[in-house]
Design a protein around this ligand. Sequence first.
Ligand code: SF4
Length: 582
Amino acid sequence: MSVNKVEEIKDVSRQLRGSIVETLESDASHFTEEDYQLLKFHGTYQQDDRDLRTQLKREGKDKAWSFMVRTKQPGGKMTADQYLAMDLLAEDIANGTLRITTRQGLQFHGILIKSLRDSMQRVVDSGMTTWGACGDVVRNTMGPASPFSDVAHADARLLADELNEVFLAKSTAYTQIWLNGEAVEFDAQGDIREEPVYGEHYLPRKFKIGIVVPPRNDVDVFSQDLGFISHVEGDKVVGYTVVVGGGFGMSHGQTKTFPVLAKPLFFVKREHAIEAAVAVVTAQRDYGDRTDRKHARLKYTIEDRGLDWFREQVVSRMQGAVEPPRDVTFITVADNLGWHEQGDGKLFCCVPVSMGRIKDTPGVQYRAAFRKIAQRFGVPMKFTPNTNAIFHDIASSDKDAFNAILSEHGLLLGDELTEARKTAHACVALPTCGLSLAESERYFPDLMDEIDQSLRSLGLEKEPILIRMTGCPNGCARPYNADISFVGRAPGKYAVFVGGSIRGDRLVGLEHKSAPSTELARIVHGYLEEYATNRAEGELFSDFWGRTHVNGSAPDPEQFHVELAERAEKLAGKSGGCSVEA
Ligand code: SF4
């Protein structure tokens, strides 16, 4: 069977070079489709302003092309100086905002082709990179956001750094194209380098790794292709339970595509964690589907061939022994908002950032506040998978002054928010994302205002209910393990899913194939009312839904494409009764 088009592009790209330099040095406003595919590996997406598309077309003009540039920093870490450099980049050559990504990076929108090299150079000059932030490689390695000083968190941060190093592509294309070859000392190999992990054609699709310290599942470990769950004995991290094959992208109505939660593979001692990661990634490199990109993620390799087969593949590539996976318990995917002691005498403060968008508005000035904090205190930051910002290593004597800056700029620490609002997030979608079918980031806050009203009127403001939205089914804001989620289908229309879990360990089922945006608040009010009326004492929404609704065994592809009522009817017909497994 022949490989897909992107594989052909990679094949002749000379290690991801294509004709990117030639286009950069021409007066073209954008890149060819072939180079666009390669640009992703370099950490940038070619986009156009979709708000202007129709008008420009009517006027017979070219699209309003621009670029999204994404940084990659394991575990979301950033120094104050790096943040200030990124703030300046946003001001000088992007659209004046910084967007925290759901993989703990930062991204910039609205960069013109003439500023693309400058943007990459600024990121690299600050000591970070954009190389591998997108593309068919291991993306930014996620790690627990809370900067606690205990051994588990310290080791998770170290492991994130180690994985980042191992999986950074070796091709010199990035330095040649964006940094004019600086820092590259050519040897007998010339400009083509061996890629010991990726080989000639890199991976069949993107690959996501996350490390988590229970009981907080803040990296949404079951959504990752490869997850590491930490185990501590005494004062030592003895190893990690490895989970594999998570992934959320799908296409509406195409039952061959579906979200999957990662499954436990084995426990591995700490000293063999990197070896295990390389074995998993290379097994996917060798067996992932390169004919169909919609079937190319690790989740499908495992679904098709079986977890036992995959385990054999992985173990055969390792020297170290593995053991059965260990039990783990998670309580929430939420961040530790507000002030906390790190455990080393310092404090950290997690600031909720609405939709992860660091910008200044008349009511709230995130950019101005964060800039002032970075300048005045010089403390490091971390970005969370829930798209919030953490400042850490803060002396307790600075807490009042720190709070004063937040309050001067209209920033609050979440005490006033409903519990649902604290964890709610949405993907970027319109106007920049080329795949978006509906609004997400620009619309979700208004919808959440209405849902907040329902929560307060039903006395549910303290209940942790996980609500997420995306503008298309690709799942960037991880909608398929939320309690309630909305996934764009068409302008003003959303599929509504219910039945995931605040712990991130259960998948949703489809409730409404296509509901108008004007109906969403009413639909959610109905679910909340049902929960408020019928829940058992102390029962979480996640547990209530799991106890009272039918999804069938997961992941059943129909669960994501056929509405609950129809599924329930089928199940009743087959079994004469309803399973309550979600
Ligand atoms: Fe774009 Fe879809 Fe991702 Fe949202 S989920 S950012 S619309 S690709």
